[in-house]
Design a protein around this ligand. Structure first.
Ligand code: SF4
Ligand code: SF4
Ligand code: SF4
Length: 289
């Protein structure tokens, strides 16, 4: 294969990522239609609030439901059903919801792509470091500590939820800011902050602020479906690190990292056959004595 044809092959969208992007686009469209449904006049706008379809609403209203026997305003039992669905996916595939299904995650990836285009990237070549100025990475020390903010926020939200009337994130939720069409001054500020930060740093909200991502992170340690890197074949070329949207250092070696969103970009990027694979760990029965 000549150098020219090799470059062409690298530019072609890979099938797995095409599927992922289509699923993400579907999630964005579905959430957009859901938001629209709640502002349209007539019967289409009835039948539960926009919040009732949010998995994180299930976390916000869990403690009030257990302690007070009631769900918070704008949430209901549907939140639990959706949360359990997301937890089911997480039990099998870790944070795959973040990498494949979350509309907010999908939008952040689109905004990062836009930032690359606007700041100097002519053509994205898979695995090759972009010449674009944005999105950038925060300095390592800042990044390391800032990633704990989302866990802190999750703790605060759970604590506040016990005595709350509305879900603690209700007035500041970026999903509502992007999709609900029921804007307030506060939600406009959230929307602007969300767009600007996503252009500056890829998946800023996911890395540093999202309490749902924090809640799902633990599943990366226990989920049986996981990435495996064959250390004998890996040549440490770093191509997979370039594509990792969560900027996980040594992405190929840290697929069980709490930050991994199981997007499989690293699997798609690795040019060496069977070096990165997706496998299902099975629990071995103890041998008979
Ligand atoms: S971390 Fe939060 S915003 Fe990001 S993809 Fe996961 S659930 Fe969505
Ligand atoms: S390590 Fe791989 S699967 Fe995990 S977030 Fe990075 S690119 Fe995606
Ligand atoms: S896993 Fe593949 S892409 Fe990543 S460093 Fe190893 S050889 Fe390179």
């Amino acid at each position: 294969m000549t150098a020219r044809t090799k470059t062409k092959a690298q530019k072609k969208p890979t099938p797995l990522m095409t599927i992922r992007h289509r699923i993400q686009a579907f999630a964005v469209l579905a959430t957009f239609l859901l938001g629209l449904r709640h502002v349209l006049p007539g019967k289409a706008s009835t039948g539960g609030s926009f919040d009732a379809f949010c998995p994180f609403g299930g976390i916000e209203t869990l403690l009030p439901y257990l302690f007070r026997g009631e769900t918070l305003k704008t949430t209901n039992l549907l939140n639990f059903a959706i949360l359990f669905g997301v937890l089911g996916v997480s039990l099998v595939a870790g944070r795959a919801f973040c990498g494949w299904l979350c509309p907010l995650g999908a939008l952040q990836e689109k905004l990062a792509r836009l930032a690359r285009k606007l700041s100097g990237e002519k053509r994205h070549i898979r695995g090759k470091k972009s010449a674009a100025r944005f999105p950038m990475r925060l300095p390592k020390r800042v990044d390391k500590w800032a990633r704990y903010i989302k866990y802190l926020l999750l703790g605060i939200i759970l604590w506040v939820s016990v005595t709350a009337v509305y879900p603690p994130l209700h007035f500041l939720c970026p999903v509502r800011a992007v999709f609900s069409f029921q804007m307030t001054g506060l939600l406009w500020s959230v929307l602007i902050t969300f767009v600007v930060t996503s252009l500056l740093v890829e998946r800023f909200w996911c890395k540093y602020l999202c309490p749902l991502g924090a809640a799902l992170a633990i599943f990366n340690k226990i989920a049986p479906l996981r990435l495996r890197v064959d250390d004998h074949k890996c040549v440490d070329c770093g191509r997979c690190d370039v594509e990792c949207p969560m900027d996980i250092a040594d992405a190929h070696a840290n697929s069980r990292d709490l930050e991994c969103i199981q997007c499989l970009e690293c699997l798609e990027t690795c040019a060496l056959k069977d070096t990165v694979t997706l496998e299902m760990i099975t629990i071995q029965a103890p041998h008979d004595a």
